[in-house]
Design a protein around this ligand. Sequence first.
Ligand code: COA
Length: 259
Amino acid sequence: MSLILQSDLLPGVRQLMFNRPEKLNALSTPMMAEFDAALDACAADPSVRVVVLRGAGGKAFVAGADIAEYQGDKRAAFIAYQMNSRRVFDKLESLPKPVICVVDGFALGGGFEIALCCDILILSDTAQLGLPEGRLGLCPGGGGTQRLVRAIGKYAASDLMLAGWRMTADRAHALGIAAEVVGLDALDDAILKRARACLKTAPLAQAEMKRLMREGVDAPSETGKSFEQEVLFRLYSSDDGQEGINAFLEKRDPEFKGK
Ligand code: COA
């Protein structure tokens, strides 16, 4: 049985579903390997325009790393697992396509770290998010401390990590992490609505805007602004840039080709 179920929700929209519901989709080493390969496949396939991440079973997105693998002070294996998580999460963050993360239950530890690498979060009102590693005597290892503080600031991040809280969907929305919070029965429609909207935005522009935000966040503002204009001037002369302008003036839908 595959640990990552792949399906197309719409033409161009690939869903990757973490599939280990009996363990709340905890990220085992084999699951991480399948996820890694699935990300490569999404990146390499030009017909995939949008990626949706979701957890199977309705109780969890991902409840974190597989704690059973940690038992027994297997230091070398633990370090290898953490290095690999960091690499895979970085790969997810830099995927040059929009990634929508759907959380309809627990997104804890590595599960929340994955969500923090995505672009758009859609939560059900049952979602609970957190980085509870401190309660295991550990800390996040896949970039959680760094991405969370950049996403919500020091005080909200400290509250979550140091107290080990799980935040509600409404709190995540109030902090600006969640694009939308919906009831469970409205979740599928909300995913399709966002995915369709992402399909209408030019793919090269999406890839470049993701890179500008990712690289710009740690760069001096002047450097980021120069980088932004370089990108814009390139996009302006691209086929898609010209097509988008022409289509607007001709009052028709653009046909973007990713060039
Ligand atoms: N690693 C390994 N197994 C996990 C897991 C994890 N991160 N999270 C849940 N599971 C397993 C449980 O051990 C249990 O397995 P079992 O039925 O064989 O005993 C099963 O998933 C269901 O979890 P359970 O704890 O019984 O569900 P719950 O509804 O009572 O509690 C949580 C849900 C999410 C609050 C609880 O499972 C939890 O705290 N998980 C760990 C979260 C965490 O610390 N993540 C960071 C890891 S670094």
